[in-house]
Write a protein that binds this ligand. Structure first.
Ligand SMILES: [Zn+2]
Ligand SMILES: [Zn+2]
Length: 111
């Protein structure tokens, strides 16, 4: 047996391009990818997909947080008798309306 650890090779498929390649049998020195470029590309692809997968949840989370913040802000404004839109004094609180006269005018597109 003239084989040393270094000459013991096993066939693997590259984790990125799928090409079969030979590599060291030693598990400590095994590679997942056939080449450096495949390793780099696989890394970028992972980043890309993890971002893609993560983003919608992130956006939804951010949105719901914004919605919660907005709801809390509106509640606080109402409790203080302020307009929920502009945060200034609400002249229509007595009518239990949430938006002041100025804002109603602005919302309707001017006087
Ligand atoms: Zn490859
Ligand atoms: Zn207002």
């Amino acid at each position: 047996m003239g084989l040393t650890q270094q000459t013991l090779l096993i066939a693997c498929n590259c984790g990125h391009c799928g090409t079969p390649f030979l590599q060291n049998l030693d598990p400590q020195r095994q590679k997942t990818y056939c080449s450096r470029s495949c390793r780099v590309n696989a890394y970028h692809m992972r980043q890309y997909y993890s971002l893609k997968v993560r983003d919608p949840a992130k956006i939804a989370l951010k949105l719901s947080r914004n919605q919660r913040n907005a709801a809390a802000w509106r509640e606080a404004a109402l409790a203080k008798g302020l307009c929920v839109r502009c945060g200034r004094e609400n002249d229509r609180t007595y009518q239990s309306l949430k938006v002041c006269t100025n804002c109603v005018i602005a919302l309707k597109g001017g006087p």
